[in-house]
Structures are given as structure tokens and as C-alpha cells.
Design a protein around this ligand. Sequence first.
Ligand SMILES: [Fe+2]
Ligand SMILES: [Fe+2]
Length: 280
Amino acid sequence: MARVVVISDPHLSPTHGFFWDNWCRACDVVNRLAPDAVIVSGDLCINGPESDAEVAFAAKALRRLKPQVYAIPGNHDVGDEPPGQEPDQIIDGRRVKRWLSVFGADRFALPAGNWRVLGINAQLLGSGLPQEKEQDDWLDAELAASSSPILLALHKPLFLQSPDEAEITATSINLEPRTRLLRRLRQAPVKVVVSGHLHCQRDVVHEGVRYLWAPSTAFLVPPQEGAEANLGILAIDLGEAGVRVERIAVPGLVSYDLLELKGHGRYAYLRDMPPCPPPA
Ligand SMILES: [Fe+2]
Ligand SMILES: [Fe+2]
């Protein structure tokens, strides 16, 4: 059996340190759990698309984790896939390059017991960037090569309620890239898909695949239908007999409410708020 811990959406920043204490507490719990691997499933930053310093700060913050760490980017790290939420925060080559220059990779593959764990850059899906094609080719090769059950990690969920939902939204992967990805996942032994981004927790099975939404360590937003408003981390035990998932509550984690934090409309984005650096 192998244990993988998922930490999601810590939203760290050297200038806007609202969630720094939560991050430190989550790291302490993960270090005590001593899993085989830690996946940080995106949104490590608040304004990574526009800031070298934020991406560098997030990478440095990962050093608090003692187990092997695999980080994949979210929209707050490399920008949204188009059309996105804001025209000036769309993923582009410069933003991908910034992430790669600091983290070295935006995807990973690792063995975990008798399982295979894959992570991809969700923000490339539907981007049309050359890196999307490169990632597709890499994923095809990984999927084709594995006879082991596979857990796939990515920042955004593939869908909210149903794979055929067509609404263009920044909450999940859009229909066209989702359909292409699902077609390939169905041809491989993909058993679990874990994502972040929505800052709530859910665990559902769809067409034999278990879809896990990992909670954030930073703040809550009103949960999507069928999801729970939880903060924390996920421990996923991958064994021959199956998968066991547990949300681990982190003692002392502060349940920040995003709307309250942003002054109920006073600030559109966290990056617009007055600086409050984390303690040195
Ligand atoms: Fe997030
Ligand atoms: Fe996100």
C-alpha cells in the first residue's frame, strides 16, 4: 500500500500572507503523517501569473514539507485556460516558462505501491499552446504504458455534475478539452481523479471512476452542489484491495471566508487587497 497526501489551494504570497499560518499547520500535519508522496494540486500562489516573487515564494514554502513533493499549477499560478475569468490572467508561454523555471516540471508520474500516480497541468487544457500538445503526447504514452491502476491529479475538476455539461465556465475544464481527455482516460485503467480549485470537498463515483475534490488549506467558498464546505488535506491510501480516502482535519486551521476577507465586494481579488506580509 502507498499513502499519498493531497494539499490543495494554499494560496501563498510574500505580500498577502492571509493563509500562511494555515499552510504551516498543514505542513506540520503532513510531516507527522509521513506519506510516501505529497501532491500540491495547484493555486500555490495568489497572483503567480503576474509575479516572479510569488512563484519563487511558493516553491520555497514547499521546503517545509519533508516527504517527496509533486506540485502542479493552478489558475493562480500560471493563469486560466481560455476564456478564463479575466482577459489579462490567461495562461501563456511566458507564464508556463516562469513556473517551469522555478519548479522544473508542471506534470509528473510516479509509482505508488501497485498504483501509478500521474499529475498534469490542467491550465493547458484547451489553451492551444504548444505545451498542451506536448502534455497530451506525454499523457498518452503514460496511459498506454500502465497496466497498474492510475490516479490522475490536476487542479481543476473535469466537470461539476456531469461530463456532458456544456456551460463555459472557469470552475471546471470546458467541454471540448474535457471530452478529449475523458476519451483517453476511459481507454486506460484510470480509477481515481483528484482535483482542487473549488475549495470544497466531494467524493463521487461516475462511470466507475472516483472523482475526489480536495479541500483547500486557505479559505472556503460556498460549496458546489453535492460538496461539503471543508478545509483540510486528503490522505489517499492506494492498495491492492482498493482505495481509502480520508479528510484529515488540521488542528488550528482558520476557516477564512473569501467574501468576508474581500470585504463583501470591496476588493474584487485577493491581490487587490492591502498587503499583509507573512511573518518573516
Ligand atoms: Fe484556489
Ligand atoms: Fe484555482
